[in-house]
Design a protein around this ligand. Structure first.
Ligand SMILES: NC(=O)c1ccc[n+]([C@@H]2O[C@H](COP(=O)([O-])OP(=O)(O)OC[C@H]3O[C@@H](n4cnc5c(N)ncnc54)[C@H](O)[C@@H]3O)[C@@H](O)[C@H]2O)c1
Ligand SMILES: [Zn+2]
Ligand SMILES: [Zn+2]
Length: 374
């Protein structure tokens, strides 16, 4: 069948993207879903920094690639062997398919699925197939989803069925920003009530971490960014202290405000300087969690003696260490009870044709989450 999709042919084109237009919205041909696969009518897809990092070349991937991975939609057709989804079901896409059989999957850590990671790096579905074509060219899938499109063929293992009462543009956020941010706090760090937390980088992921920290009962939530608007928004969402990372003396001011540093610091900017800062504002014995995805060539330099003598921990957090089939329905319940108001993060919706302009706005650091609706 035919579908529109936003396809990246070349990484690293200059900003503004409104002029260089790295994403071409074009008509592609989708194959029928193969065994274990599902055709989804995509209805909403969020603009995440991980898409931007493919566009700007800091997360190198094979091109041409159809981008978009934070999405929600409706099942249209199921491939052979898919017995637990039916046409009309509402689904949220997850950006690491999990095979269910490899060691991380058997350990209950599907975000680390080995065949899932391999497929994502190669730009294929979990089966190894690529189902998007334009003329003679076969196009790569982004994270098994490719959701800046009207339709997508994805693995069953890339989908979680959700409550159909949830509007699609809210549901989409659960697929990446919510799992990544809330999961980092609840799963990766296991933040305890009464503790102090810092969040460095207040985009979709960081603001979800902030909401997660409130939910976890943190007594102090320090929010840090380089954009003034983000700091005031963080205060509206419940941050107790905010700091501009560009200001001199900010690091000492945070340490003073937190009596020597926080129990848990989260880096959610995707910038090494932000991770370094998060580490330095973590207290002795504290935990620094990193969710950002800087270019693979970037390095972090810290004195190892501090890890030992101060019993410090640095933990990576991918997909918020979530088990999506368990956590997405839980987080949706918490949202519906008003305890996880992630709808506040929606900065606006845009049509697929304005996707390049949308990425200019994300790159400017001023929006939380923009969502393409189709
Ligand atoms: N671990 C995962 O599973 C996972 C999932 C999704 C996204 N990510 C990554 O998380 C990061 C954040 O994603 P997002 O979509 O929220 O991004 P975003 O662009 O919406 O937000 C990033 C924020 O960081 C701020 N920032 C930039 N430099 C900073 C600095 N030096 N100090 C403090 N703040 C700074 C920006 O102003 C912006 O507000 C990206 O690297 C993305 O690729 C990881
Ligand atoms: Zn994402
Ligand atoms: Zn697996």
């Amino acid at each position: 069948m035919e579908s529109r999709a936003a396809v990246l042919y070349e990484m690293g084109l200059p900003r503004p993207y409104a002029d260089s237009r790295p994403l071409k919205v074009e008509t592609v041909k989708l194959d029928e879903p193969g065994p274990g696969e599902v055709l989804v009518r995509i209805r909403a897809a969020g603009l995440c920094h991980s898409d931007l990092s493919v566009i700007d070349g800091s997360r190198p991937r094979p091109v041409p690639m159809a981008l978009g991975h934070e999405a929600a939609g409706e099942v249209v057709q199921t491939g052979e062997g898919v017995t637990d989804l039916s046409p009309g079901d509402h689904v949220v896409c997850i950006f690491v398919p999990s095979c269910g059989h490899c060691l991380p999957c058997r350990e209950g850590r599907p975000a680390l699925c080995e065949p899932g990671a391999e497929a994502n790096v190669k730009g294929t579905l979990l089966s190894g197939a690529r189902r998007i074509h334009r003329g003679e060219t076969t196009i790569h899938h982004h994270l098994g989803v490719s959701a800046f499109a009207d339709y997508a063929v994805v693995s069953r293992h890339s989908l979680v069925k959700v409550d159909p009462r949830l509007p699609f543009e809210q549901a989409a956020l659960f697929g990446c920003a919510v799992m990544t941010g809330v999961g980092a706090v609840l799963n990766t760090a296991g933040v305890k009530p009464g503790s102090s937390v810092a969040i460095v980088g207040l985009g979709g992921v960081g603001l979800c971490a902030l909401l997660g920290a409130r939910l976890a009962g943190a007594r102090q939530i320090v929010a840090v960014d380089v954009q003034g608007e983000k700091l005031s928004f963080a205060r509206e969402l419940g941050a107790s202290d905010t700091f501009d990372a560009r200001e001199d003396g900010m690091e000492e001011a945070i340490r003073r405000a937190t009596a020597g540093g926080v129990d848990y610091a989260f880096e959610t900017a995707g910038v090494v300087d932000a991770l370094h800062l998060a580490f330095r504002i973590t207290r002795r014995g504290g935990v620094t969690v990193t969710s950002g995805l800087p270019h693979p060539d970037r390095r972090l330099s810290i004195p190892p003696v501090v890890l030992t003598a101060e019993e410090r921990t640095i933990k990576g957090s991918y997909v918020g260490s979530c088990v999506p089939q368990r956590d997405i329905p839980r987080y949706i319940d918490l949202f519906r009870q008003g305890r996880l108001p992630v709808d506040r993060l929606l900065s606006g919706t845009l049509p697929l044709e304005q996707i390049n302009e949308g990425f200019d706005r994300l790159a400017s650091g001023t929006v939380a989450r923009l969502v393409v609706t189709t």
